[in-house]
Design a protein around this ligand. Structure first.
Ligand SMILES: [Zn+2]
Length: 150
């Protein structure tokens, strides 16, 4: 069940469309054709009305930081500490557990999706501070590319 298909995607038909879109750096959510609710993570039925008629919709990629914490001990080799684990509320409604990258966003701050590439696996959606959210293009950049060369 944890096998990967020929494209290296997780072999779970419920989540496969999410990973296929992630490959193209598109964040997609399930949307219920019956009641219109969005949900994440993918499930075989709608959490709002228990309907089975689910579709996929591209998310705006915009979110608000709901909660966060900084991990300071090594957990997996792929991610040397410190790094920020966060729960963000997507503009479409669902919450997503993710990482914050770049200059650290505060709880309540607006963020937008970006992607962390992984060797042999689809990229993961992570979030960064939303620059120029007011449209004035005024970014208070401390160090624009501080993401540590990999
Ligand atoms: Zn529904």
């Amino acid at each position: 069940m944890t096998d990967h298909d020929a494209d290296g995607l997780p072999g779970d038909p419920t989540t496969a469309p999410f990973w296929r879109a992630a490959r193209e750096h598109r964040l997609v959510l399930q949307r219920c054709r019956t009641c219109g609710a969005h949900q994440f993570y993918p499930r075989p039925f709608c959490l709002s009305c228990f309907g089975l008629d689910l579709d996929w919709a591209e998310a705006s990629g915009r979110a608000t930081v709901y909660s966060k914490t900084t991990v300071r001990i090594p957990v997996i080799a792929e991610m040397p500490p410190p790094y920020v684990v966060a729960v963000v509320t997507l503009d479409e409604g669902p919450r997503l557990t993710t990482n914050l990258v770049g200059s650290e966003a505060a709880i309540g701050e607006r963020v937008s999706v970006t992607w962390r590439e992984r060797a042999g696996l689809p990229p993961l959606p992570v979030f960064q501070r939303l620059a120029g959210a007011d449209g004035d293009g005024d970014t208070d950049e401390q160090s624009a590319s501080q993401t540590g060369a990999g």
